[in-house]
Design a protein around this ligand. Sequence first.
Ligand code: CP3
Length: 356
Amino acid sequence: MNKDINNLDPLILRVIKGGKTERPPFWYMRQAGRSLPEYRALREKHSMLELIRTPELATEVTLQPLRRFNPDGAIIFADILNPLIGMGMELEFIEGKGPVFNNPLKSTADIKKLLVPDAEENVGYTLKALSEVRRSLPTKEHCLLGFAGAPFTLSYYMIESRGSKEGILIKGLLSSDLEGWNLLQEKLVALVVNYLLAQVKAGAQVVQIFDTWLGLLTPSLFAQFVKPWLQKLVEDFKKSCSAPIVYYSQSSLGFAHEFLDIGFSALSVDWRQSLTLAAKITDNKFPLQGNLDPTLLCGEWQLLKQEASKVLSEGKDLPSGHIMNLGHGILPQSRLENIEKLSEYIRSYRYIGSAT
Ligand code: CP3
């Protein structure tokens, strides 16, 4: 067991450091957002970017799910894409469609023009919200999570915008312009490291990196074009910060062994793989976060409970610890009473003597 574990640490942090807890801590990806009526009410008055850019509103939205479900973690309300605005990307969130860039990257010249702004100037509003949320956490056992997109997933949006779901354009860049690809990764790594360090300074206790589109890659493309940049990102971050990094990716089981020497503190896994298998492939090295299928929140409680119980019992047997979560974000169609019941169910679960 790690000697810096402190029993006053938030539960999520204790698990990541290798400590014991009486139940798994939990939070939900996209726990703030359209599944909540109080969020939808705010969205009627403000655009997505207004919510993100107004620290009081971002603070309020971050705290909304805590009041309703009392998860052990608060994830700051922002998006992986808004920090790219300061690089020169024209981002819009279109109703019913999601994010779009009006100037997707098309050439090396476009990549050369991208700026690497300082976090304070670029996203000072999120940093302010982080400090405010940290002060407002209900107890010291609750954890504040910061986050950023991973360079590959950010590149996907910058290049494809609303383009192909297969990644034809992004893989086209890998095959035709290595110099352009490397320049883009270098700039994104600098942006993300600077942003994550500023988030920790502002109050984030753990940071999560989202690599949602990683499963587009083959194992060898990952090793060749993506892994070295993740290594650089983690190495640069760790030069000045000891906060843990949780890495989320999807459909990446085929190359999850490659995550072993990147320096992540925990892995967040999607629902397509069992926790047991993910642990085996990664030599039981990481605490694992996940991995309930989020669509089950839209259906009947019985099946949701069955699958939640399965995830909890697999989690209980993980040698390096478990943080309960979903395998991807909460969908807007989720039934509120399901999220409420699930939260109670997880809160009352005990590692010792727990009936399923
Ligand atoms: O988890 C949280 O509650 C914190 C906030 C958060 C948002 N986006 C808010 C959001 C986080 C952590 C994200 C991460 C994010 N954003 C990812 C990685 C995780 C994942 O879900 O795969 C990605 C790929 C994005 C990009 C993005 N933002 C997409 C593809 C979309 C459209 C899909 C959708 O759900 O609408 C968004 C919009 C978005 N980001 C919303 C929210 C609350 C909906 C905005 C609205 O209110 O209309």
